[in-house]
Design a protein around this ligand. Structure first.
Ligand code: SF4
Ligand code: SF4
Length: 196
């Protein structure tokens, strides 16, 4: 977080701590002047949040049932697979490794890529496990809102910045996807009481 005179970084791993140490960053606690300034900036920023999305039931959903839910088709219908949502997202990291050769020399390089592009999962055999638009849109939301939630006890893989919503040319909204997923009935939800 940029606070003018300071950057605020929270250390979550030993590797991260070593990286900051190597970079010469000086650690300051929450009670330092910088810590207090960041805390008040955070509070002001949180006070401006006007939209709220329920995520409390995502973890309890059956992954296969969510994957096979009927709403994906309608949700993905207008997507043009431009990749904008993934390129502006601070939590998207998909990449591709390519070998570029010229004569007897070459380089192996890592390219920024997008799970929204048809070539992203294309196998050398020609088979593409996510060859359709619905599969790619579903993958993006399932990854952020279900696979990540199941794998890590760290919430959803979305910081709520809203960039993908603002910049999507066809107005596909992750809040709607999240609401559909979070409220999707599972067999456990469908139990009913019979009187008599
Ligand atoms: S920005 Fe919108 S149209 Fe483009 S790939 Fe993402 S969801 Fe699809
Ligand atoms: S709102 Fe979430 S999914 Fe969209 S760009 Fe921000 S972090 Fe990524």
């Amino acid at each position: 977080m940029d606070a003018g005179e300071y950057y605020w970084a929270e250390v979550l791993s030993e590797k991260g701590a070593n990286l900051l140490k190597t970079a010469g960053w000086e650690a300051q606690g929450d009670t330092s002047a910088a810590g207090e300034q960041i805390a008040s900036m955070k509070q002001a920023a949180e006070g401006k949040i006007s939209s709220f999305v329920n995520t409390d039931k995502l973890k309890d959903k059956d992954t296969v049932e969510l994957h096979n839910a009927p709403f994906w088709e309608e949700l993905a219908f207008s997507c043009i697979n431009c990749g904008t949502c993934t390129f502006v997202c601070p939590t998207c990291w998909c990449f591709d490794i390519q070998d570029e050769n010229r004569g007897k020399s070459g380089i192996r390089m890592r390219n920024w890529d997008s799970c929204m592009f048809p070539l992203f999962t294309l196998h050398g055999s020609g088979h593409n496990p996510r060859g359709t638009k619905i599969q790619r849109v579903r993958q993006r939301f399932m990854h952020k809102l279900k696979y990540y939630v199941d794998k890590y006890a760290a919430g959803i893989q979305c910081v709520g910045c809203g960039r993908c919503i603002r910049l999507c040319p066809v107005n596909i909204d992750i809040r709607r996807a999240c609401e559909l997923m979070n409220s999707y009935p599972t067999p456990a939800d469908q139990t009913c009481t019979v009187n008599g």
